[in-house]
Design a protein around this ligand. Structure first.
Ligand code: GTP
Ligand code: MG
Length: 138
């Protein structure tokens, strides 16, 4: 059993899509074991996406992530990291497979509705960025 960090991004919370996106996770066998709605500051968004700080879209990405509330959540399941990325679909919705969250809901490569951790080490790091041990019930 594995855990991964998921974020429902501002373009999706703004369009009231949290429930529809959560249904996709649950249908795929992922369990939402922690969840909260928060508004990131620019500093927090910058820290979270620090790995991308040299990329040309970094400023735009941080402004977007801090623009409106997000829902941060921990998803649990068998191969949760990979499974979540399959359910999310490709970064650019134009490349995303049918039935994926990004194919159905994303607006653009930037406003692409969801984030998911990409490996076990980043999942652990991203979960502890948003959640304390007390918020993670086994
Ligand atoms: P995340 O799960 O959010 O990390 O997406 P990803 O792993 O599929 O993509 P990646 O880590 O390469 O990029 C992180 C995020 O940066 C993406 O989800 C997009 O929101 C944003 N991003 C990536 N490429 C572009 C781009 O060309 N333009 C803009 N504006 N944003 C981008
Ligand atoms: Mg990524």
């Amino acid at each position: 059993i594995e855990r991964t960090l998921s974020i429902i991004k501002p373009d999706a919370t703004r369009r009231n899509l949290t429930g529809k996106i959560n249904a996709k996770f649950e249908e795929a066998g992922l369990r939402i074991v922690a969840q909260k709605r928060i508004k990131l500051t620019m500093d927090q968004a910058g820290q979270f996406y620090e790995v991308h700080k040299e990329r040309p879209f970094y400023g735009e990405l941080c402004e977007f992530m801090a623009s409106e509330p997000v829902v941060v959540q921990v998803l649990e399941g068998e191969s949760a990291i990979l499974k979540n990325r399959e359910v999310m679909g490709a970064t650019n919705p134009a490349d995303a497979a049918d039935g994926t969250i990004r194919k159905e809901f994303a607006l653009s490569v930037g406003e692409n509705s969801v984030h998911g951790s990409d490996a076990p080490d980043t999942a652990a790091q991203e979960i502890s960025f948003f959640f304390s041990g007390l918020e993670l019930v086994g």
